[in-house]
Each structure stands twice: as structure tokens, then as C-alpha cells.
Design a protein around this ligand. Sequence first.
Ligand SMILES: Cc1cc2nc3c(=O)[nH]c(=O)nc-3n(C[C@H](O)[C@H](O)[C@H](O)COP(=O)(O)OP(=O)(O)OC[C@H]3O[C@@H](n4cnc5c(N)ncnc54)[C@H](O)[C@@H]3O)c2cc1C
Ligand SMILES: *[C@@H]1O[C@H](CO)[C@@H](O)[C@H](O)[C@H]1NC(C)=O
Ligand SMILES: *[C@@H]1O[C@H](CO)[C@@H](O)[C@H](O)[C@H]1NC(C)=O
Ligand SMILES: *[C@@H]1O[C@H](CO)[C@@H](O)[C@H](O)[C@H]1NC(C)=O
Ligand SMILES: *[C@@H]1O[C@H](CO)[C@@H](O)[C@H](O)[C@H]1NC(C)=O
Ligand SMILES: *[C@@H]1O[C@H](CO)[C@@H](O)[C@H](O)[C@H]1NC(C)=O
Ligand SMILES: *[C@@H]1O[C@H](CO)[C@@H](O)[C@H](O)[C@H]1NC(C)=O
Length: 548
Amino acid sequence: MESPTLAFFLIFFANLLVLMRAFSLTPQKNDFLECLTDQFESSYSVIYTPNNASYASIFQPDNLRPASTSPYKPLLILTPFYESEIQAAIYCSKKLGIQIRVRSGGHDYEGLSYTCENPFVVVDMRNFRSISIDSEEKTAWVQVGATLGQLYYALAQKSRTLAFTAGVCPTVGVGGHFSGGGYGMMSRKHALAADHIIDAILINANGQVLDRKSMGEDLFWAIRGGGGTSFGIILAFKVDLVTVPETVTIFNVTRTLEQNATQLVHKWQYIADKIDENLFIRIFMISVSSPTNYRNRTIAASFESLFLGRTHDLLPLMQEKFPQLGLVEKDCLEMSWIESVLFFAGLHNQPLDALLSRTPQASFTQNYFKGKSDYVRQPIPMHALRRIWGFLNEEAENMAELQFSPYGGVLNSFSESETPFPHRSGNIFMIHYVVRWDREGNAESERYINLIRRIYSYMAPYVTKSPRAAYVNYRDLDIGMNNQGNNNTSYEQASVWGFKYFKNNFDRLVRVKSQTDPFNIFRNEQSIPPLPESTSWQIIPRANVLTE
Ligand SMILES: Cc1cc2nc3c(=O)[nH]c(=O)nc-3n(C[C@H](O)[C@H](O)[C@H](O)COP(=O)(O)OP(=O)(O)OC[C@H]3O[C@@H](n4cnc5c(N)ncnc54)[C@H](O)[C@@H]3O)c2cc1C
Ligand SMILES: *[C@@H]1O[C@H](CO)[C@@H](O)[C@H](O)[C@H]1NC(C)=O
Ligand SMILES: *[C@@H]1O[C@H](CO)[C@@H](O)[C@H](O)[C@H]1NC(C)=O
Ligand SMILES: *[C@@H]1O[C@H](CO)[C@@H](O)[C@H](O)[C@H]1NC(C)=O
Ligand SMILES: *[C@@H]1O[C@H](CO)[C@@H](O)[C@H](O)[C@H]1NC(C)=O
Ligand SMILES: *[C@@H]1O[C@H](CO)[C@@H](O)[C@H](O)[C@H]1NC(C)=O
Ligand SMILES: *[C@@H]1O[C@H](CO)[C@@H](O)[C@H](O)[C@H]1NC(C)=O
């Protein structure tokens, strides 16, 4: 850290009055730009304002739904290369009372990394994307702006058996994904990405650069599942890698209603979480129409699976536990783990470097989407499954999709409070609901959003209750919001969504927040609120400031 900057921070924090006054200023774009450039010794080349030709391409939202209704676009987008540039942004944010939104991969379901109810700036972490792997120690330092695809690619360059457990979509960013959990095809065997974090680098509201040791175990606990946003700007995670067999087996078996899909989905609920943890079977369900008569609709349930082993071990296992699916040898493909990553990403047989692209592939051209999640602890009865098919059949093929993702396995061996991610033993599976569409227009949006809300409402009796649990990485503002209009970040208001995402861990997250960011510098519609009393803190304990 530059010493003049450090001095500035200390003076600033000693002076509460300045902070209070700052809240009441009306923010102007040029103020932030001026403030930033005053702080920088270098160039403007990492600052994009709407006047820059490339602003639009840098801004490029992942989900056009929240972007289309957001009252503001970022006043500027900062794409830092250095810690000092991020520290400057935090400083200016506090000085001017203008919010920062941090974006790593930009896949937030509600667009909270690039939209805001108030004037704001975006700190886009795309240039913090280096990955360094220690194959001996089986660990890696991964900067937040790397995507999952970049991480998987880097691992495959090192070895056929070194891997990591995280999500399926290669364009998801490490920053948001790891801090919210990170569930994928190996989660029954190797748990979540967050469960493998062993160190981290974060810049807090004071502008201090902290690692695990200097941030302390409470804060380190909070960023391993408590969601990005609330505690600081995370720069990098150090993770424990996992080992996979040289050859794994995949299958993707699709059955329609005429092929007993309902019975198969029903039966799956009795084996999905209990079967050998090397076997992961996930179901995707969509409505499809017959090629000759589009009004003739059915449901296609695809059982997409990864087995950490060979076909000759998989077949007898399926024969014993799930013979109804009728899996046969020709359904199974043996390949390396990284080839399976390509397969599940919809990039089968493409070159490995397809994983390096940061922009979602062409098949994801339905750029408007809304998602929700649920947890299931009792099998859903057959009649309820049939009703779900009715909802899916209301819209054309591919517009509405359900995913059932199995839990159990090693996920059961974590207590609910080990990390902020509380969805552990007792869950059979997680439901992911998603509706997608590709056109602008409020009527369309309303229809699709309405559909997903109606399905969600129908599902209430069949899913977890008190709280109705949800996965923070499938962020859903329907389940409650901090009020952004006033500064009401009351505990009661936030606890509505807080207990759904985190169960009793919410209280500990609030305590950590109150200690690390009592003035709520890092916030959004669903960030952890500090307790009101915590703003009476005058002295923020100084952790060690790392030297570069
Ligand atoms: C197509 C698609 C597929 C997905 N597949 C999976 C899957 O298989 N498994 C799964 O578990 N999830 C999956 N997700 C959900 C995904 O894990 C979350 O959306 C995740 O939060 C995205 O992280 P990001 O960095 O890309 O997003 P961003 O939008 O950049 O960030 C998400 C949130 O974290 C905050 N944040 C980001 N970076 C930082 C940082 N460095 N410091 C502090 N706060 C930060 C942001 O402000 C925002 O609130 C998927 C999402 C999409 C859109
Ligand atoms: C944005 O425009 C300003 C003013 O023209 C220029 O100085 C700056 O370098 C531009 N930024 C980028 C990232 O191109
Ligand atoms: C569907 O299930 C019934 C009853 O279990 C069985 O008789 C029938 O053969 C199955 N159909 C298919 C296509 O598997
Ligand atoms: C509808 O499609 C199913 C298979 O998808 C087929 O068995 C059935 O005969 C079709 N019915 C009509 C009326 O076209
Ligand atoms: C699995 O099969 C279904 C139906 O053919 C298809 O839509 C889906 O894309 C396949 N999944 C993968 C990962 O290839
Ligand atoms: C936020 O709340 C505090 C305490 O209730 C109050 O003093 C302050 O003025 C409020 N700030 C804004 C911007 O409303
Ligand atoms: C803050 O929100 C809570 C819960 O919604 C509400 O009870 C309370 O009245 C709100 N306070 C203010 C000042 O708006």
C-alpha cells in the first residue's frame, strides 16, 4: 500500500463527522472520477465512463432482466490491476457516499454486481484472474476474476487427475461463486468450492489488505458461504484441490412421460442422496413438443450423470440401485475429468480452450432469466410431480426448466454451522427453477416471472419450511430485500431472507458484519446488515496491513 494512501485512510477514519456528512451529499459522476484520479498515480486506463467507446462492451450485463429495469447504469467501471486502485475506490465510495458494486464473473441472478437502486460504480475484477497451482501441495491460489472454466483449464494443463469441485457453467466467476458456496457435479464426493478454501485475500472497509491470519477466523468463516458483497472486496482464494480418477464415466439418459419419466423422477428421490458418493445423478426437466404437432407436449427428464470410476463398475451399481432407468453400456462414455467438464458445459468434443471464453456460449442467447431454489427432505409425491409438468407445459420448449440436484454423500458430514452454507444433512436434493426468454418487453417478462412464482408457490407443501431454505448463489429478491430507499437495514427485515439462505448462521454473519463493516460500506439489496449499535464503534481494530 502506498503510504500517503494509508495516512489518508487513518485520518479519514478518525473523523466520523466527515463520514456522516458524506452520506448526505448528492453524488455526481465527476466527483467520483475526480476523486479516483486524485488517488491514482497512474493513468485513467482502467476507468471506463459512459463517454468511453468501450463502456458498453465492458458493462455487458449477463442477465438482461435486472439490467433492463435498473434505474441507473454505473457512473464508471473500474477494472483494477492493483490493490491500490481498489483501495482508492473504497476511499472514494466512503468519501462521496456512492455505492460500489463488485463484479467478478457477473453471474449474479439478480444482477446485483452491475445494477443498483442508487447511483453507483462497478469495481470489475476481470483483471485479477491469475491462477497459480502447486501440484505437489495440491493447492492453488485463484484470483476472483478467474472463471471456473479458466481454473479447470489450468488444472488440466498440470495433470489428468488434479481437479476442483465447483459449478458446471465455465463462465461463472470465482469471486461470487466460491463466496456463496459453489456446488457442482462432484459435490456428493468432494463437497463445495467454499469447503476447500484454506486462505483468502480481502480488502476491508478500512482499505486494509488482509489474509486469513490477519482477518481472523470469524471473517474467514463468513466469506466461505456467506455470499460475496457484505464483508469487503475479495481478491483471491487459496484452495485445496481434489484428486479424480484418470478415467471417469458420464451418461445423459432422457425419458419422456411416455417412457415413464414421472415414475423415474419419483423413484430417483429414494436413491439420489444415498447412492455411492462417486455417482452423481442430476435431473433436468423441460417441456418438449412432438416434431409433428407442437401442441402435443410432453416432459423430457434428462438424467445427467458423472461417475468417478469406470463403466464396468457403474453398470452393476445402477442395476442394483436404479434398474428402472434401464442404463445400458452404450449410454456410457468414458473420458478424462476435464472432458466431462466440457460435456456438462455443453461443449462436448470442443477443444479445451473453449473453457477460457468469458462470454456465455451461443446456446445461452436467452439473455433474460429468473431463477429460484428450494430444498427437499421428503420425496415429492407422484401427483405433485404431474402438476409440475402442467406448469412446465404452459410455455414453449426450453422456456421453463427444473433441475433436481442430489445432496447427501460427504455434504452430510458437515455440521450446519461449519461454514455459513447450512444445507447439509437431511436434504435429499435442491430444486433449481429457471425461466428464460430472449426478448425485451414487460408483458413477456411478467408472464415468465409469474409462471416461476406460481410454481414456487405451488411447491410450498413439498419443500423445507421454517425457514423455506434457499441457495444464496441462486439469488432471489422475491424472498425479501433490505430496504434501499432509507437506510433501514434492520435485522428483522434482512432476517426474512437471511434465515432462508443461512439458517442460524445468519446471526453469526450479522456479528461478523458489525465488526468488519459497521458503516455498511459493502451493501446491496441482500447484504448482511450490521447491528445498529455497531455504528457507535469509534475505533476499528487495526489488523496487520500486509506489505506487498
Ligand atoms: C449460467 C449460470 C450457471 C450457474 N451454475 C452454477 C452451478 O453449477 N453451481 C452453483 O453453485 N452456482 C451456479 N450458478 C450461480 C453462481 O454460482 C452465482 O451466480 C455466483 O454468485 C456467480 O459469481 P460471479 O462472480 O460470476 O458473479 P458476480 O455477479 O460477479 O457476483 C455475485 C455476487 O457476489 C459479489 N461479488 C463478486 N465478486 C466479489 C468479490 N471479489 N468480493 C466481494 N463480493 C463479490 C457481487 O457483488 C454479487 O453480489 C450459475 C449461474 C449462472 C448464471
Ligand atoms: C476513457 O476516456 C478518457 C478520456 O477520453 C481517457 O483518458 C481514458 O483513457 C479512457 N479509458 C479507457 C479505459 O479507454
Ligand atoms: C413403464 O412402467 C411400466 C410399469 O412399471 C412398465 O410395464 C413399462 O414397460 C414401462 N415403460 C417403459 C417405456 O419403460
Ligand atoms: C403425442 O406424442 C407422443 C410421443 O411424444 C405420442 O406417443 C402420441 O401419439 C402423440 N399424440 C398425438 C395426438 O399426436
Ligand atoms: C442431455 O440430453 C438432453 C436431451 O437430449 C439435452 O437437451 C441436454 O443438452 C443433454 N445434456 C448435456 C450436458 O449434453
Ligand atoms: C440513517 O440512520 C441514522 C440513524 O437512524 C440517521 O442518523 C441517519 O441520518 C440516516 N441516514 C440516512 C441517509 O437516512
Ligand atoms: C425497517 O424495516 C422493518 C421490517 O420491515 C420495519 O418493521 C421498520 O418499521 C422499518 N423501519 C423504518 C425506519 O423504516
